[in-house]
Design a protein around this ligand. Structure first.
Ligand SMILES: Nc1ncnc2c1ncn2[C@@H]1O[C@H](COP(=O)(O)OP(=O)(O)OP(=O)(O)O)[C@@H](O)[C@H]1O
Length: 253
């Protein structure tokens, strides 16, 4: 199975603190990989380096064989990497639909001059984009909220909106940072169902997750970090039996 993401000897220091220590791993195309570990083990820092929001102190990251650790976030996004954030980053003052339209438009390449002169191609693209955006909202039962400000959505639905927006860029790799955090049991069920559906459609998923039930049910592969180091990588069953992983999680409790 081919690799879509390769992380090589990644290091990130913040002043005197080394948050990520010589981290290497690969993510296989078409699978769901989970990055787990106790609080402060370096998961979000690793995500931020993959999406370009943080520059590594050293090491290399390759996405579909292109080196990306030197690129800014928008170029990495353009290559096909989309992400969500632990602390949601939606545009609260825009409507729910507009949030997703932004992502769709960036893909359909609606040019400014087209919207200024209101050319026939603009109206055609606008209609197409609206229909597409509504399709993404329907995935999470958000269509009735389309014209409401995103900030007015209940928390769980804001999480869904962020995922719908990420998906609207048609990513090859989707990074989900604690997507289940703050969701109730029913919301988690829909999230799980959707993630499984994205996988079937060929999207590779890398998720940071604290909900171990979700990780064990969804993930094909699990990577475990502790204090910035990778201590294990394997199937959920292998990880559950791994002595170092057991020691870390027992120590946490
Ligand atoms: N911008 C920053 N400046 C200084 N230290 C940071 C910064 N970002 C993260 N850290 C530190 O780096 C370490 C790893 O943090 P990180 O957020 O990556 O961990 P995490 O595994 O995602 O934790 P959590 O599960 O709590 O979200 C922590 O000690 C954190 O305090």
């Amino acid at each position: 199975m081919s690799e879509i993401l390769k992380v090589k000897n990644l290091v990130k220091t913040f002043g005197g603190l080394t948050a990520v220590k010589d981290l290497s791993f690969t993510v296989k195309k078409g699978l769901i990989t989970a990055l787990i570990g106790p609080n402060g083990s370096g998961k979000t820092t690793t995500f931020n380096m993959i999406s370009g929001h943080l520059k590594p102190t050293s090491g290399e990251i390759y996405f579909e064989n292109t080196r990306i650790d030197t690129l800014p976030p928008y170029k990495i996004a353009r290559l096909g990497v989309a992400r969500t954030f632990q602390n949601l980053e939606i545009f609260g003052h825009l409507t729910v639909l507009e949030n997703v339209l932004l992502a769709v438009n960036s893909r359909l390449k609606v040019f400014l001059w087209e919207s200024v002169i209101r050319s026939p191609s603009f109206f055609k693209k606008e209609k197409e984009a609206r229909e597409k955006a509504l399709e993404y909202l329907r995935l999470f039962n958000l269509e009735d909220w389309a014209e409401k400000p995103a900030a007015s959505l209940p928390f769980g639905l804001q999480r869904y909106l962020e995922i719908a927006r990420a998906l609207a860029t048609c990513p090859h790799l989707l990074l989900l940072d604690e997507a289940a955090s703050g969701l109730d049991a029913r919301e988690k069920d829909l999230l799980k169902e959707r993630i499984e559906a994205f996988k079937k459609e060929g999207v590779t998923i890398l998720l940071v997750e604290h909900d171990m039930n979700l990780v064990m049910e969804l993930a094909d592969e699990v990577i475990v970090l502790d204090m910035g180091r990778k201590i294990a990588q394997g199937t959920p069953r292998e990880i559950q039996r791994h002595p170092e992983v057991i020691a870390v999680y027992l120590g946490e409790g």
